[in-house]
Design a protein around this ligand. Structure first.
Ligand SMILES: Nc1ncnc2c1ncn2[C@@H]1O[C@H](COP(=O)(O)OP(=O)(O)OP(=O)(O)O)[C@@H](O)[C@H]1O
Ligand SMILES: CC(C)(CO)[C@@H](O)C(=O)[O-]
Ligand code: BAL
Length: 293
């Protein structure tokens, strides 16, 4: 495919421009898809765009590094922003409109409204990143209100995030379908993530311990392990014994409630977050119930 000429890309910075473009597409009978991102695009993001292209006739991608989902000590300032490369990637995927707003467009002076799924936002990942999911739900609600898509696409790589967004849409009766797409991994199992580009070669090797720990847990459940408390302890021990890794959490929980009070026969999800060097990574694997348990 020919590389995209940036001059021909349809890029909107303002809410009015997005609404006008989407209204025209809707007026022409098109089904609207939205893929929200923070940029630094990789194959994981592209897989969401391809899923959206399959099902929708007009594809909007937002690129916005949302400051309210970062705590003061986190990596907002160093978060990668390769915007020209990202725009070319969107063009090559046939994106119809890129919404790339400034912070003041999303958070105008005097802005004071937040939205939060109060229970799901404070457990597991939320317990380690206080305020993070409040920032996510607030910005996603704004993006959904601005674009008004028929379907919005999220990755399973951010498992808790997609669960919380589904909860928000249900609770607020938002007229949008949420689609969750599978996690895209490197051949050796590393989940693609924009933050992988912070990793040195040896840190990248060390980072494989996350997906390996999740796979270990999945294999144990598939082999008939029913003592989830013991299995959680084994996951934590494995990670604590891995040099170069500082573990935040490794756990197996109910895939819908994220509660550790889970039946081994339920649909489960193994979740992990750890720092490799200065880079914090998350990953997860869903464990579907089997008849053999
Ligand atoms: N490996 C992946 N497979 C599928 N979807 C993904 C993957 N990585 C990210 N996504 C999805 O892409 C969307 C945008 O995510 P985001 O821009 O934060 O990228 P990211 O790689 O998760 O970045 P970060 O390193 O900040 O976690 C989210 O819905 C996210 O779940
Ligand atoms: C959903 C999102 C774009 C909101 O800023 C972000 O959390 C992300 O990229 O996963
Ligand atoms: N994909 C989640 C974005 C974040 O870590 O802020």
């Amino acid at each position: 495919m020919a590389a995209t000429d940036l001059q021909t890309m349809n890029i909107a910075k303002s809410i009015v421009d997005v609404r006008a473009a989407v209204a025209a597409a809707r007026g022409a009978g098109k089904k609207i898809g939205l893929v929200p991102t923070m940029g630094a695009l990789h194959e994981g993001h592209l897989s969401l765009m391809r899923a959206a292209r399959e099902e929708c006739d007009y594809l909007v991608v937002s690129i916005f590094v949302n400051p309210t989902q970062f705590s003061p000590h986190e990596d907002l300032d160093r978060y990668p922003r390769p915007i020209e490369e990202d725009l070319r990637g969107c063009g090559d995927e046939g994106v119809d409109l890129v919404f790339h707003p400034d912070v003041a467009t999303i958070y105008p002076a005097g802005d004071q409204t937040i939205v939060e799924a109060v229970e799901l936002s404070t457990i597991v990942e939320g317990a380690h990143r206080p305020g993070h999911f409040r920032g996510v739900t607030t910005v996603v609600l704004k993006l959904l209100n601005i674009v008004a898509p028929d379907v919005a696409y999220f990755g399973r790589k951010d498992y808790q995030q997609q669960l919380i967004i589904r909860q928000m849409c249900r609770d607020l009766a938002l007229p949008v379908e949420i689609a969750t797409c599978p996690t895209i991994r490197e051949a050796d199992g590393l989940a693609l993530s924009s933050r992988n580009r912070y990793l040195s070669e040896s840190e990248r090797e060390t980072a494989l311990s996350l997906s390996q720990c999740l796979q270990f847990a999945c294999d144990r459940v598939a082999a008939g392990e029913t003592d989830l408390t013991a299995l959680r302890q084994e996951m934590v021990q494995r990670m604590q014994q891995t040099p170069g890794v500082e573990l935040d959490y490794a756990t197996i929980v109910d895939a819908e409630t994220l509660s550790e009070d889970a039946q081994p026969t339920a649909r489960l999800v193994a979740l992990i977050a750890a720092r490799v060097g200065t880079t914090r990574l998350i990953d997860n694997m869903v464990i579907e119930p089997t008849d053999s348990l």
